[in-house]
Design a protein around this ligand. Sequence first.
Ligand code: GUN
Length: 283
Amino acid sequence: MCADIIDGNTIASKIRAELRIRAQALAAQDIQPGLAVILVGDDPASCIYVRNKAKACKESGIHSEVYNFPGETPQDVVLEHIQTLNANPKIHGILVQLPLPPHFESRRIIAAISVEKDVDGFHPCNVGALVTGHALFYPCTPYGVMMMLKEHSVLIEGQHAVVVGRSNIVGKPMSLMLLENGATVTICTSKTRDLAMYTQTADILVVATGKPCMITADMVKTGATVIDVGINRTATGSLCGDVDFATVKEKAGLITPVPGGVGPMTITMLMSNTIEAAERAIH
Ligand code: GUN
């Protein structure tokens, strides 16, 4: 068996075309969706992510403001800035790029963002609402995964979904979203004893561990849908996922590549959440 590839770039382009139409409809009412991105420090990966977010905003008709604070900025200064952005009617979404420097309490920073502008979906109220199936915003990466599954008409209800990874950004919300859609969900970690015993029974396998190529073909059920959220740099400088793509693609039914899989979807769903926030602000 050779898996069909889930092409994140193609799906993201399609969604972005729809988003541009929604942004134009808002523009006709004199509203431009606005996203504020806060970056503290100069972590190279975070700088690239933030630059890509600003670029995507431009392409989607979204106004963006990037606030880059020096790494030694006191937490209170950032908290005050969030309050200013909460009160700014031109800003519909606020994102604080993570991770923050060690002297920050990420929980306090995230909780300071207005729930209505929490386009990352990380605010404790939105996390709680996700548990009860009423989230205002879905976290962007698992939201992107759900859109990929939908685009390929992957049956979720009644299926066994195994999520490997328990992060607040991906693993936990991913598990809840699959559960909300009727899957039977097993949550594992990279340290789960007999991990293969669980992954081998997955109809849908989502991997977000940050461990390069940890999922090998023997761990995957024939015909399974395999979603690789990992993005790791190898010793030679190339990118690889958490799934050993070369061997697993011979066994899976559907698989996402790295790069070009989940990656392009994450920023696209951030654009989607920002436009949604702007649409809600006028209703
Ligand atoms: N750092 C890594 N992923 C994310 C994300 O989705 N949102 C934010 N705010 N920071 C991140």
